[in-house]
Design a protein around this ligand. Structure first.
Ligand code: IYR
Length: 234
């Protein structure tokens, strides 16, 4: 198999990608540590926020953050994701109404007692005002399979892992830009495909209200596990 830079090679009927030189410069240990420390400082400022200011956010930030998300690694580079930005108040309203209908059924019967007890400290309930209030919702869809131009079925691999990683990139990018997010998963969320008019190979994966925190926004005083609790070195 030829691996020369920029040379597509063909072996046994398989066309491989040409390769390009990977040229990112190596950081010194000091610079590397400083960069990791700065990233940690920034990401530790991220909090899941449930009360949003209605102030608009720059479209360009949303677009750049989605470009960051879409640069994520994915199984066989299939990039099995779509991102829908919803700013239209009428669409946000329809999403809120549909989400609250499902969440009311969840909180008032479908969720087992143990789940309700686990959520009680967070004081969540079926009211989802943030779906109207946040200036933008980003709905991330996963593609369980792709559709070729001729309607051909394209198999996707590690879809949940790939889209989960892309969502992580998206949250980091929005946080770096000073915006707050909520990782919301109304369940079930099939209604999003209908309301947003998406094809049947797409399934809603995560609904992310994005914006600025409301004035006097409060968040639960939770703690993250310590390094000792999460790190094993062998
Ligand atoms: N999706 C519901 C319930 C919920 C579930 C979990 I797990 C949370 O961490 C938070 C909420 C809701 O949005 O209220």
């Amino acid at each position: 198999m030829g691996v020369g830079a920029g040379v597509a090679s063909d072996c046994c009927g398989v066309v491989t990608f040409p390769t390009i030189a990977y040229t990112r410069e190596r950081l010194s240990p000091e610079k590397s540590i400083a960069a990791a420390r700065e990233f940690l400082r920034t990401i530790r400022q991220r909090r899941t926020v449930r009360s949003f200011s209605p102030d608009p956010v720059p479209d360009e930030v949303l677009i750049l953050a989605i470009q960051a998300a879409a640069s994520a690694p994915s199984g066989a580079n299939m990039q099995p994701w779509k991102f829908v930005i919803v700013k239209d108040p009428e669409l946000k309203r329809r999403i809120r109404v549909a989400a609250e209908k499902e969440e009311k059924a969840n909180y008032e019967g479908r969720m087992p007692e143990a789940w309700l007890r686990a959520l009680a400290p967070l004081q969540t309930d079926w009211h989802k005002e943030f779906l109207d209030m946040a200036p933008a919702l980003i709905v991330v869809f996963k593609e369980d399979y792709g559709a070729g131009p001729d309607g051909r079925h394209i198999t996707h691999y590690y879809v949940n892992e790939s889209v989960g990683i892309a969502c992580g990139f998206l949250l980091c990018a929005l946080n770096a830009a000073g915006l707050v997010t909520l990782t919301h998963t109304p369940s079930p969320m099939n209604f999003l495909r209908d309301i947003l008019d998406r094809p049947k190979n797409e399934k809603a994966f995560l609904l992310i209200p994005v914006g600025y925190p409301a004035k006097r926004c409060r968040v639960p005083d939770i703690r993250k596990k310590t390094l000792d609790e999460v790190l094993i070195v062998r």
